[in-house]
Design a protein around this ligand. Structure first.
Ligand code: SF4
Length: 408
């Protein structure tokens, strides 16, 4: 059976076709949110506030109007993100998001505050990223997932995702917002690297000095033998000890691109299972500002295809698949990175663009801009894995919704 996906074009000529104020809430209405929300239900709107240097994250007004709509329906909205990899104070591309305090400082610079949202802001995995619930799953690589714990406080989840590229995952949309965005800090690291977590207990304690200091749960101490002692029961898998250890004495493994994608998909399944599935989650993708980079990246290149619009569904797989398909029916934006790639099989101005966007090279640990146009279907690996794990359906009915023009 096919899943329904609602599509609202990015074309707007008048205020009554507004993408933010009209089409966003209407996209939720099509999913039956009006009939489901009861007075005072707590609704969390999960989005991405953008890495500090990024300029292609979703504009705050898209999210504000979703919050206003939730209030109109009698619900009580909150706006949420989750803590990023690493330690507070870290500089560079992935710095500035290690805990609630520093991520909310970035959010403020990007226009997301309690005042602008009309709703409180929070980290779904708590102020330090260690609030999680363990969800057992029958995943392709994982049997349990560290779901962001503060999801437990809400009746419904609105997953407001920016659809765009991602050099590691092939693309980022609803599935990635679940599998990376709705897990704890450690859940993100496990998606990227797997579950290996091995300490060298013979290493000198000096290699662990900073780990002992930074461990938020006091799971690490110096043992009587002068070597590291780790209390596994106290560990909350923040992996901050790994970020500060010396001489690589903590091994958290590595994953191939394919393993990363599948682990992310397993995480996504754990989040949906934990939260109660289809009936509780409203998915809305903003296929706008479609760069090859993710919002988590400092880079924000020229979008490689024009804006598509807003899509919504109760099925995250159908939703992402529809966004990919519409993107592949699109023409290239002039002066974007794809214009520099040679040998693209462009037919009638169209191409399977997501198969050729720059991708992460695990060997060099850098993004390969793919100047020679090598094909790689990371986007398809993600969608196939998601369908196989039972997250949704790649077959869909695309229902284009036209906005009724108000009479003059
Ligand atoms: S032992 Fe490491 S991963 Fe566990 S809580 Fe402490 S710092 Fe975090």
């Amino acid at each position: 059976m096919k899943s329904d996906v609602y599509f609202f074009t990015a074309r707007t000529n008048t205020y009554d076709e507004s993408l933010s104020k009209i089409k966003g809430p209407l996209a939720l209405e099509k999913l039956g949110i009006k009939q489901k929300i009861n007075n005072k239900d707590k609704i969390v709107v999960k989005t991405h506030f953008g890495a500090e240097e990024n300029v292609r994250y979703l504009r705050p007004s898209y999210i504000r109007f979703l919050c206003d709509y939730v209030k109109e329906l009698g619900g009580v909205p909150s706006v949420a993100e989750s803590c990023g990899w690493g330690v507070p104070g870290a500089k560079g591309e992935y710095g500035g998001r290690a805990n609630e305090e520093e991520y909310l400082a970035v959010a403020l610079k990007h226009g997301f505050t309690e005042e602008t949202m009309g709703a409180p802001l929070m980290m779904l995995d708590g102020p330090d990223g260690i609030d999680y619930e363990i969800q057992k799953i029958n995943g392709k690589r994982f049997k349990e997932v560290l779901v962001a714990g503060r999801l437990r406080e809400f009746n419904y989840l609105i997953l407001a995702s920016h659809f765009k590229g991602h050099p590691g995952a092939g693309y980022g949309g609803a599935i990635k917002n679940l599998g990376i965005g709705c897990v704890s800090k450690g859940g993100k690291i496990q998606a990227h690297n797997g579950k290996k977590f091995k300490f060298d207990f013979n290493a000198p304690i000096s290699d662990y000095e900073d780990c002992i200091k930074i461990c938020p749960t006091k799971a690490l101490t110096e043992g009587k033998n002068g070597k590291l002692n780790r209390d596994e029961n106290k560990c909350r898998f923040c992996y901050m000890c790994k970020s500060v250890c010396k001489n690589d004495v903590i091994d958290i493994g590595a994953s191939t691109q394919e393993e990363f994608i599948i682990q992310m998909v397993d995480n996504a399944k754990g989040v949906v299972d934990y939260f109660g599935g289809k009936e509780k989650i409203f998915y809305i993708n903003y296929a706008i500002d479609i760069t090859y980079q993710c919002d988590c990246s400092g880079g924000s290149d020229v979008p490689f295809i024009p804006d598509i619009g807003i899509l919504s569904s109760s099925d995250p797989v159908a939703l992402d698949q529809a966004c990919i398909d519409l993107a592949h029916l699109s023409s290239i934006s002039p002066h974007s990175i794809l214009g520099e790639i040679k040998n693209l099989p462009i037919k009638d101005g169209k191409c399977e663009w997501f198969s050729y966007i720059p991708r992460f090279n695990p060997e060099t640990k850098k993004v390969d801009l793919n100047p020679d146009g090598k094909i790689s279907k990371l986007w398809e690996i993600q969608l196939k894995a998601a369908e196989e794990v039972g997250l949704g359906n790649r077959n869909y009915n695309l229902i284009e919704v036209e906005i009724e023009k108000k009479k003059e």
